[in-house]
Design a protein around this ligand. Structure first.
Ligand SMILES: [Zn+2]
Length: 332
């Protein structure tokens, strides 16, 4: 099975619906989003009163190691509340009433239920629906996948916790293999997830990311990344769900956060250091699967100038548990 999400995404962009209105720090009214440009979808931001562009285009830089930095200035315009401290963050609220997707509140115009959906896929466990992220850092496509069970009473978008069961993992692999030209990922709680509602994401990806070109070392039945800043495991793209579930079950039982990403070359699993959720050297920033796979993302022009390849490598090393600890944890 293969689904062309890019075409559905482009159609939505062409309709002109992928935009947000908000005020920046100075109270200026801004319209920002994604529009169709000469080369395809592009991020933009304009001042509402004058219609004048207030942002340059997104730019991708590739370091010598293959690590990349995506600079997308649009993300900086909208005021954000930063976590007050580094380290482990408070738990996200579990109740549906606090769900950032507004999953049970179709009367709320901001509820995800009022967005157009891009696709639905019947997976072995659940049925999943893709919604567009309307403030994406990648203009060519960023989607969120949520279980949808319209046949169940009150279950249009069931508010399930953001943790993997074996059947969810089977679903993840189905979605990842179906979504052509996309990287599909799962960020656990305390591992970059911003909602405690079961979800995956897919992002347009037309190239190999740095983790895919890194060296490998086989140990027992596992393949480890080596000479790569983040420690992690690599599985074939057609890995049986059971083989991937074995380590994930151990990692979740030991209460370690994790990041999982399906790329064209395989499936990558990163295990996070529980106390290094937010790093002092990158205050206010949550890192997730796509970052550890090799894409550092910033919307801050100063940060872009300041951050070196070495600083990113150091950060990714601190975010993940070291290889020996990882091997102990999974019994490799
Ligand atoms: Zn929810």
């Amino acid at each position: 099975m293969s689904i062309d999400l890019t075409q559905a995404w482009n159609a939505l962009v062409a309709k002109g619906t992928m935009k947000n209105l908000f005020e920046d720090d100075s109270g200026r009214a801004i319209e920002a989003g994604v529009r169709m440009g000469a080369l395809g979808p592009e991020s933009y931001a304009i001042a509402v009163d004058t219609g004048v562009e207030i942002c340059g285009p997104a730019e991708l830089t590739r370091f010598a190691s293959g690590m990349e930095m995506l600079f997308n200035p649009v993300g900086k315009l909208k005021p954000h509340t930063r976590p007050p401290k580094a380290g482990r963050q408070p738990d996200l609220k579990t109740e549906a009433a606090a769900c950032p997707f507004g999953c049970q509140d179709a009367d709320n115009p901001l509820s995800i239920r009022n967005r157009p959906s891009l696709a639905e896929v019947a997976c072995p466990g659940l049925r999943w629906r893709a919604y567009p992220n309307v403030a994406p850092w990648e203009a060519r496509g960023l989607l969120v996948w949520l279980p949808c069970q319209p046949d169940l009473d009150g279950g249009e978008l069931p508010h399930l916790p953001q943790a993997l069961e074996q059947s969810h993992l089977e679903d993840f692999l189905t979605v990842a293999r179906s979504a052509e030209g996309m990287a599909t990922f799962f960020n656990s709680l305390h591992g970059g997830a911003s909602a405690n509602h079961l979800h995956f994401q897919s992002v347009y990806c037309d190239r190999l990311l740095a983790a895919e070109s890194a060296d490998r070392a086989v140990r027992g039945s596992y393949t480890f990344l080596c000479n790569y800043p983040a420690s992690g495991l690599v599985f074939p793209r057609d890995v049986p769900a059971q083989a991937l579930w074995n380590p994930i079950e151990k990692i979740q039982s030991a209460r370690y956060p994790l990041n999982l990403i399906g790329l064209s070359s395989g499936v990558y699993l990163f295990v996070r250091h529980p106390e290094h959720e937010i790093l002092e050297e990158f205050p206010g920033r949550a890192f997730g699967a796509i970052n550890l796979a090799g894409l550092f993302i910033t919307s801050d022009a100063e940060e872009r100038k300041r951050v070196t390849e070495q600083a990113i490598a150091l950060a990714y090393g601190r975010l993940t548990i070291d290889r020996e600890s990882l091997a102990d944890l999974i019994g490799a």
